[in-house]
Design a protein around this ligand. Sequence first.
Ligand code: ADP
Ligand code: MG
Length: 259
Amino acid sequence: MICIAIANQKGGVGKTTTAINVGTALAATGQRVLLLDLDPQGNCSTGLGIGRAERERSTYDLLIGETSLEDVAVPTRVPGLDIVPATVDLSGAEIELIEFEARTHRLSTAIDRSEARWDVVLMDCPPSLGLLTINAMVASDALLVPLQCEFFALEGLSQLLTTVERIRGRFNPGLSILGVVLTMYDRRNRLTDQVADDVRAVLGKVVFDTVIPRNVRLSEAPSHGLPALIYDYRCAGSEAYIALAREVIDRLPKLKKAA
Ligand code: ADP
Ligand code: MG
């Protein structure tokens, strides 16, 4: 079971959209995929049409209780794609976690307790570098970082990379960066081109070749409770996520645990 945290402490950069659509594309290739919604806002759960009634058990139970993935996962409408939804309880979890001695390892312990029924676990992180994201990083083999093509993109990234270094040093030496994906690319805006070039110059090959365009279909799909890949699989956004998933699959064998 390969665990990938989709993280960036900035909000609105495409973490949830990437989690849903990469998860769907991976499931379409026959991988058994589990999404963990770690954002108290629950956008990943809502975007996959998981109603409140289906959220009896959630990522909160994984972090605070003694449950395993099997206890809390529910199927989505996408074959091969399951999810552990988020509820509003999760907004209090960061405070409650402080009470635990092993507060950084609650998620990794819950995952270790599980039977590895899935091939890939994708974690949709909240927009912060708090204990929820730290739990995801401690429990993961690698990080997938969506980066919005905007002027301050690189500034936030250095803070994220510093956190990754700390997690490596203290808790999880095997944590790698699977890749950085540029999102909301707008080819009519020359600034985004400049940002994309700068990011590639600084980060090099860690940046995926695939760039996710700004595409209205990607933003419409969640209100229908469907991944864009199912809502409109031919739109430019869906095509880009299929290409990204292909690159993700190519990089998976390089991860330590996958070998
Ligand atoms: P995050 O999880 O990082 O906060 P989201 O994936 O929720 O970001 O994206 C923020 C908003 O932008 C959402 O309304 C989403 O539907 C929309 N969005 C995400 N990616 C794109 C894109 N490539 N083009 C257009 N809208 C997008
Ligand atoms: Mg989100």
